[in-house]
Design a binder for this molecule. Structure first.
Ligand SMILES: [Zn+2]
Length: 81
């Protein structure tokens, strides 16, 4: 079975996903960086995951890390273009 899991809190790779997304330090006010990461996991349904993350308040990369991930992201370290 391929493309069956949805990347939301609780997913086996959630911590890794948030950690890697937070490394980018740049939010383009899109979810393109999140999408690029999600595409690396063959079993993850990218579109469904992005929809689920939006439902949780993750409308862009930094909101996914900060709002949905509840990480220790420091907004001062991020750059808004
Ligand atoms: Zn953002």
């Amino acid at each position: 079975m391929a493309n069956v899991s949805v990347m939301t809190p609780g997913h086996a790779h959630w911590g890794e996903f948030i950690a890697r997304l937070s490394e980018s330090r740049t939010c383009l006010q899109t979810t393109e960086q999140a999408r690029a990461l999600l595409e690396e996991w063959a079993e993850v349904d990218v579109e469904q995951s992005l929809r689920a993350l939006r439902d949780l308040g993750g409308y862009c990369d930094c909101e996914i890390v900060n709002g949905v991930g509840g990480s220790h992201w420091d907004p001062a370290l991020w750059v808004d273009p």
